[in-house]
Design a protein around this ligand. Sequence first.
Ligand SMILES: *Cc1c(COP(=O)(O)O)cnc(C)c1O
Length: 376
Amino acid sequence: MSGVQEIPSALRLTIDLAALVENWRFMALRSRPARTSAVVKANGYGLGIAPVVRALYQAGCRDFFTATAQEGVAARAEAPQARIFVLNGLYPGLEVTLSAAGLIPVLASLEQVHSWRDHCAVAGSLPFALQVDTGMNRLGVSPAEACALAAEGRCQSRFSPELIMSHLACADEPSHALNAKQLQSFQTVMEGFAEIESSLCNSAGIFLGRSYVGDLTRPGIALYGGDCVEGVANPMKPVASAKARILQLRRVPHGGCVSYGATPLARDSVIATAAVGYADGYLRSLSGAAIPLRRLSGERPVGHLAGRHVPIFGRITMDLTMFDVTDVGPDVAVGDFIELFGHQLPLDTVARAAGTIGYEILTSLGDRYARQYIEN
Ligand SMILES: *Cc1c(COP(=O)(O)O)cnc(C)c1O
């Protein structure tokens, strides 16, 4: 056995699987009458694909989306009876993996459709989904190509998609005109596929209302507690909470300076050095005002300790971050853990301070965290 588990960690990530399941049920309620899948790409948004799929499968989720075939195989191990869709589609050499693990490719071009058809001619009839690009210009056949395939499909009922899907570019901005345009384009395509399941909504799309939900929704970030719609209070339960141990405390007099680039202190200060850095996805762009990028965002970059927010001071380094804990007074000691995000400090507040989104914070976490999963 490896001894890794026994090495006490100075960096902790707690993942609340009960909150994850609660979030999935909440999104399932919002998705009605559609079925609700779970998007578990990028290692379950950084939180661990195996425990995430296991918990959601136990809760009754029977449809999962991964980005890659590798992720699909990992999901299959935890969800024997589920449909697992692979969003990134098909490329040469993938056919065998997909059919062996019973994964459903989301085909994104006519070439991919033809390759899968050729594969099925040999391997027997296998399911596939079809992605239609309705305005994002990322992946998918055009609406015209989809309609042509629909016309063809009428004569070839043995090769027909299991699911038709598209993806919204601006669902997080409910008033954006592209939402309705994409919906209309998608509905037009669906007229050619009357008997086939449709799927259009990511987390934010589900909040656009009934006309958008189709037959199957695809929430990702909301399941993990992230904010998905701009300008409204986030209704989701926090799932992940990250904490770093204080390795050292030091008194630095006014005029002293901190970290690379020597950010000067404007008062006598107590500086806590914590065991987290940009190698742990604690993005360097969170560094105080010490690097120019920070000035783009109005949010103050902070951690949370002993009931109050503590500012990050100076540049974040690869493995270490300094916090100004002067105002915490005697309530701080070496060995205390500073919350980086979680219950006291929402993920998205931290993301905004870093000039990014919760998705990027979660998927950047890295593997130095001691991960603890809470089941109930
Ligand atoms: C990532 C992704 C989703 C999930 O999006 P969230 O914003 O995380 O809910 C759904 N559909 C597709 C095609 C995706 O790429």
